[in-house]
Design a protein around this ligand. Structure first.
Ligand code: DX5
Ligand code: ZN
Length: 215
């Protein structure tokens, strides 16, 4: 059985108080922190990179789950690994030689994840499914927080779960107290939540609620 993990996305934090947000999430019971790297090319927007990760890394012992949304992940991942990432998730749309990239990340002792956009067929994962620690199924088109979940994406979660009973399957985008149970039912076990947690009145309660939903 796979464990449930809640990973608040720092994309939804108040950037003027990013360090406080990291500490607040740890105190609130987060299992991981999700760190979205955007290049204003693969996605329309720009977020933060290795410099900011390095600055916040010493503030928490929580694993830093880095989601790289970039046309050229090769250019970024070494710096992100040096900055203290614990896992790197790359987009299958951006990498020709998946096994080589996976090996490069694993050689540094990090967890490796692969992800795909809502429009990308799930079969594209087949060549790397046995090589990764986690698949992230995007449940929105990446680029922004606060979007509505696209429920059809959960069919991909089911497809992967039926083939890989023990694999970590993460969902990201529009996950909140109303949608999380569907994600668990489909077979996801790692939940990314940005606005749902950061805009909650009580983030600790929201994290607990996301973790226990449907049990
Ligand atoms: C979207 C990012 C997400 C984002 C999720 O491109 O990959 O991690 O922060 O935000 P919510 O949970 O608000 O949809
Ligand atoms: Zn993300």
């Amino acid at each position: 059985m796979t464990n449930r993990i809640i990973a608040p996305s720092l994309l939804a934090a108040d950037y003027a108080r990013l360090g406080d947000a990291v500490c607040q999430m740890e105190a609130a019971g987060a299992d991981w922190l999700h760190y979205d790297v955007m290049d204003a090319s693969f996605v329309p927007t720009l977020s933060f990179g290795a410099g900011v990760l390095k600055a916040i890394r010493p503030l928490t012992s929580l694993p830093m789950d880095v989601h790289v949304m970039a046309v050229h992940p090769y250019k970024l991942i070494d710096d992100l690994m040096d900055a203290g990432a614990d896992g790197i998730t790359y987009h299958i749309e951006t990498v020709e030689d998946g096994p080589a990239l996976i090996e490069r990340i694993r050689a540094r002792g990090l967890r490796v994840g692969v992800t795909l956009n809502p429009a990308t067929p799930v079969q594209r994962l087949l060549p790397v499914l046995d090589l990764v620690d986690m698949v992230l199924v995007m449940t929105v088109n990446p680029g922004y927080g606060g979007q509505k979940m696209i429920p059809e994406c959960l069919d991909k979660v089911q497809w992967i779960r039926s083939r890989c009973p023990e694999l970590d399957i993460q969902v990201d985008g529009g996950i909140n107290r109303d949608t999380v149970a569907m994600a668990y039912e489909a077979g996801a076990n790692i939940i990314v939540a940005g606005s749902a947690v950061f805009h909650a009145q009580d983030p600790a309660q929201e994290i607990a609620l996301l973790r226990e939903a449907g049990r």
